[in-house]
Structures are given as C-alpha cells and as structure tokens.
Design a protein around this ligand. Sequence first.
Ligand code: AVJ
Length: 316
Amino acid sequence: MARERGRNRPLELASFRNDVVAGLSLPQKSLPPKYFYDAAGSRLFARICRLPEYYLTRAELALTRRHLPAIVRFAGRGCQLVEYGSGEGVKSRMLIRALRPSVYVPIDISEDALLAAARGLAREFPWLRVAPLVGDFSRPLDIRVRRGTPSVVYFPGSTIGNLAPEEAHAFLSMSRGVAVRMLVGVDLKKAPALLHAAYNDAAGVTAAFNLNLLARINRELGADFDPRRWRHYAFYNPAQGRIEMHLVALAAQRVRLGSHRWRFAAGETIHTENSYKYSLDGFRELAAKAGFRSARVWTDRGGLFALHGLNSGSGS
Ligand code: AVJ
C-alpha cells in the first residue's frame, strides 16, 4: 500500500501542475475546484458545512433523515452502493445503516481521507464490505459491478453543481452504464440574497477556503502567489444559474511557477468554482436528456435542497 502511494504521488502532483499551468494560461484564468481539498482545505470545508449561512449540508441531512424509508425503498436494500465522496458523513452512514448494501464503493480523490474513512466504516459496520476507489467524477467509472445485484450511485452534497450542465450531462450518461438507479443531491434555485450569503459568510471561512488554493499551489508546486494581494469574490449569476467564485487581484502583479510567468492586472480574477443551482424541473430535464427517468424527488421542509431519485430505465 505504502509503495503504491509512493508511485502515485508524483503523478498526482504532475496533473495538479499541468492543470494549474493550463488554467492560468486561459484568457479568463481559472483553476479546477477539485484542488480545494488538501488537508487544510478539507478542514475549512468541514467548517463551511457548519456555518449558519451555508444551509446546504443541514438541508440535505434533514431531508435524508425525513425521507429515509422512502429513499431506502427506492434504492433497494442489498444493492451495490457506489458513492462519490469518502462516506465519512452522517448522511452516508445513515443510508448505509438503513440500506445494508452488499458492497459499498466510496470514490474520492483524496486517498488518505478515503482510506481513513473506509477503515472507520469497516469498524462501525463489521458486516459491510467496503471497496474504496481513488478517483473523481470527471473520469469514467472504472468499477467492476457484479452482475445480478443492482448498482445504485449516490452523489450527494450538490457536488454535481461544480459541473457545467454539458459536463453534468456527460457524467450522468456515463453513470447510466453502471447505475440502475441514482440518488443525486442538488441545490435548488432560490432568492439570490440567500445564495449570496451562503458563499459570503460573515466569519470569512469561505474566503479562507478559496484563498487556500493559492497557498496550496505555493506549498506543493513552489509558486510565489502572495495571498495577501488576493480577495475572495463570490456572486450569483442568474443568467447562468450558478454561484461563481473568483479570486481578485488587489493590485497588478506577477506570479511565477517554475519557468512559467503570469501577469495579473489590478482587478483581474481567477475563476475558481461554479456552483450550479437547479429548479426541480430543470434537473429533471437534464437527467431525462441523459436517459434517466426521474422517478422520485425529496426536499427539506424549507424547500432549499433536493434529492433526486433517477431510474436508468434499463432492467432491474
Ligand atoms: C462541495 C461543491 C457542493 O458548491 O457549495 C462551498 C463547495 N464552495 N462553499 C458548493 C463550496 C464554497 C460546495 N460543493
């Protein structure tokens, strides 16, 4: 195991570097949001989930608790449960306990977090077969599903919101080859002021989360970003139906990474994340285009967040 990790790390670092160089070389400089989640970023994200303004996590937990029996009936006890995410959350454990999957496949980009969570789950649920997989949802699923037992893909947390609708369509189409059913957590469209507050918390945790990306690029790739010369900027773009997060250069500056150099004008931004929001019908339509029938949808009492139960319409 240790040897395998030693082999993978340089590759991971090389793709991180390639993605950063490619993103900063675009006309609208941008960085992929999957790189937010190093150890410091994951801690900051856990704090975001507890912020009073960040309703998403609480709303999804509440709806899962409230509709658990119906969700379990939809997914089917004993299924093979594939989850994007390490499965350490309360929601996942609630679902595992009630669903009793024949095998649980958590998929996460952070190998350390994934293996730690898998060990924790194995301890908590001695009857559970856990088969963790390092990866992310931008690449095709490489899991050998056992024939005869339906596979259910669980994609909670509105992580699908990080994808543009075309990418979300591609992800859903690809999942259709594997999943008989899907459970997808999706943040709902709502008053822009509420969305704005969720990504501009008073305590500044989201700002720290966004800025940590520059610190990580410095730490791991040896770049020379000065985080004090950048500011968190997040707003709702109603035409696109998404929150956009950016980092704004407070002054003109240059940044270097190895032999690469970039100039930033004062006020120029690096686009770090999109977080798409969908109406119930908007997401149903997207799922239908990818060949899924949207069979069920559950929401919290406040109508803030939705869990869609999708049917591939192919067999069991
Ligand atoms: C984990 C992608 C669902 O978009 O709300 C939280 C990440 N970014 N605050 C989101 C995030 C800023 C989050 N997702």
